[in-house]
Design a protein around this ligand. Structure first.
Ligand SMILES: [Zn+2]
Length: 589
């Protein structure tokens, strides 16, 4: 099934649907005649039987990366020095400029910012607080939802609890909400933590990743899931419209859980907290100040209201819009290649620089950004003159849909034609079956892209995105690094982050296997995502391994092997049921 991707554990950009097989919109099986598979071009190219590794360079990179590391200096400056970096915001601009200038300072060339297009509103949170006024006084822990307007000073109002699953349920609130503070969303019990918040992969877990994934028993019913999701989105839209018409003073939503049932006082503040999809767009901007609250505080107020105890709240949501049509930028810099034949070929490393707002975007994805910066700093400090060009890219717009890396790939390597199907525009981009892929000259020169965006955990191996030819190459590269715990080559796909933008157009793009740590349970998109959660030795290890992967790729005899050229249309036909093979089946008209 052409559109299936196996999401191993988590994704940064929560496009959960990407893990599910969606019956492609344009699945008009009878339309195009079958084409022989052989027709597709392949860039497999001759590959050396064994990798020739420069183990002295391995030693020099380890020495520089472990004895003279600067990765935590970068991390301190980015997370404590600049802070949360929502795309389009003033801090994002600071981070783009700081990374550009710092990469220049550590010796990289052509450092510049690339505009990938219009993103939406510029926004920042200034100050958010709340408290129960009656029947008891209690300070409340909440943060503004991204792109929320301000309350223009503290507002006091009676609280109303709205937990509905059907538009009809809205009627009973009509005419009763003016100036109220609405708790919108269900009370959520928080089960006891049944396991540690912090975890490193065990040998068994890593071994399991080397196996072909069996389809999970009781896999979710896709259509039902999507139908439920669409229906809840409709209810939310109607409710928001009614609350706007009624003149509600503010909306409070309960934070989602972090996969371990949540609780523990953490606020997850990402697009899950938004009341509309694509909340950064001026045309769909929410006009009621809204914030997301720690579940324990949310549950107390909602329970009081369920017991018909009147509750008065005071909330102050102070935010600022800094532009309506801000563009997004990627930071790009390089160590130019030197080999006359190979210098125009490029090996890239990167991760997204943007973050959500409630913490300082340390593990997501300050970690991946500073590790990439450290990897190229290591190579530059060792005076490496690579054969191929080594390029770093730090993306923005990742959290809202891989916008920065997709924009870069579109501008440099290739793009898909839009599908012709009439109602395609109404379906989210990542669910659409793509049209024909057109590639550029530059597409031929991109050797590989390495991404790090699964938190602060050390590298335990690589997902090869079903690129079977590349697996033995990576295995040979990792063998001398066994002592660092990087041992696992998984053929599997992993999703939800920027390597997908390369993989989608048939270019080798990879995300490393990283120890989970407390990424999903505590820091991923939460107020706990701070410098304190970064692990220095893990980030040093990751930078050493990325530097070695960059060096090996740039010095290799041959370009890295690729998967067959993506042919979305053809791929779909190849999976279409074979016609006329069923015994005694009558001819279908
Ligand atoms: Zn991320």
């Amino acid at each position: 099934m052409p559109f299936v991707r196996t999401l191993v554990r988590w994704s940064c950009f929560t496009a959960a649907a990407a893990t599910l097989a969606i019956p492609s919109i344009a699945a008009d099986k009878k339309a195009a005649p079958k084409e022989p598979v052989a027709a597709m071009p392949s860039y497999y190219g001759p590959q050396p039987a064994t990798e020739s590794l420069d183990l002295s360079m391995y030693a020099r990179i380890r020495e520089e990366g472990f004895r003279h590391s600067h990765v935590m200096e970068f991390a301190d400056a980015l997370t404590n020095g600049i802070g949360p970096r929502l795309t389009g915001s003033p801090n994002m601009k600071k981070a783009n400029e700081w990374t550009r200038d710092t990469l220049t300072k550590v010796g990289l060339e052509n450092a510049h910012l690339e505009d990938w297009g219009e993103f939406g509103m510029g926004w920042q949170q200034i100050n958010t607080w709340g408290r129960i006024v009656t029947p008891d006084s209690e300070p409340l822990w909440l943060q503004a939802a991204p792109w929320s307007p301000a309350t223009n000073g503290p507002v006091t109002g009676e609280a109303v609890y709205i937990n509905i699953s059907d538009v009809k349920d809205l009627d009973k609130y009509k005419g009763k909400l003016k100036g109220r503070i609405v708790l919108f969303g269900a009370i959520r019990t928080t089960p006891d933590l049944d396991g540690p918040l912090f975890h490193r992969y065990t040998e068994e877990e890593l071994k399991e990743m080397e196996t072909y994934p069996e389809p999970r028993a009781g896999a979710p019913n896709v259509q039902q899931l999507m139908a439920d999701r669409m229906r809840m989105r409709q209810v939310r839209t109607e409710a928001l419209k009614m609350m706007t018409d009624e003149g509600v003073a503010a909306i409070i939503t309960p934070t989602r859980d972090g996969g371990k049932g949540g609780g523990t006082g953490i606020i997850f503040d990402d697009n899950g907290a938004n009341l509309v999809t694509g909340a950064q767009k001026k045309e769909v901007a929410v006009t009621i100040p809204n914030a997301v609250m720690m579940i324990e505080h949310y549950n107390r107020i909602a329970r009081l209201l369920e017991h018909n105890v009147p509750v008065t709240l005071e909330v102050n949501i102070e935010t600022k819009f800094t532009g309506d049509h801000e563009h997004g930028f990627n930071t790009v810099a390089e160590i130019p290649g030197n080999d006359p034949k190979l210098k125009d070929q490029v090996v890239m490393v990167g991760g997204h620089l943007d973050s959500w707002i409630s913490g300082t975007g340390a593990t997501d994805n300050g970690a991946g950004s500073v590790v990439a910066m450290e990897a190229v700093r290591i190579l530059k400090s060792l005076g490496v003159k690579p054969k191929r060009t080594i390029r770093i890219a730090l993306w923005s717009g990742e959290e809202q849909g891989l916008f920065g890396s997709q924009g870069y790939v579109k501008q440099h390597f290739g793009t898909f034609a839009e599908p012709e199907h009439p109602d395609a525009p109404s379906v989210p981009a990542f669910m659409r079956t793509k049209g024909k892929l057109t590639t550029t000259k530059e597409w031929e020169t991109l050797d590989a892209y390495y991404n790090l965006d699964n938190g602060t955990g050390r590298i335990r191996g690589v997902y090869t995105q079903e690129n079977y030819a590349i697996a033995p190459i990576f295995a040979q590269w990792l063998a001398p690094l066994k002592d660092l715990g990087a041992t696992t080559i998984s053929y599997r796909n992993t999703g939800g982050t920027d390597h997908l933008s390369y993989d989608a157009v048939g270019l080798p793009g990879f995300q490393y296997i990283q120890d989970p740590m407390d990424y999903e349970t505590r820091t991923h998109h939460s107020d706990m995502d701070t410098f304190d959660r970064l692990h220095a030795t893990d980030l040093e290890q990751a930078a050493v391994i990325e530097a070695i992967f960059l060096y090996n790729t740039s010095e290799r005899e041959a370009m890295m092997p690729r998967k067959p050229f993506p042919h979305p249309e053809l791929d779909k036909q190849r999976s279409a049921p074979l016609e006329g093979i069923y015994p005694n089946a009558a001819e279908t008209k």
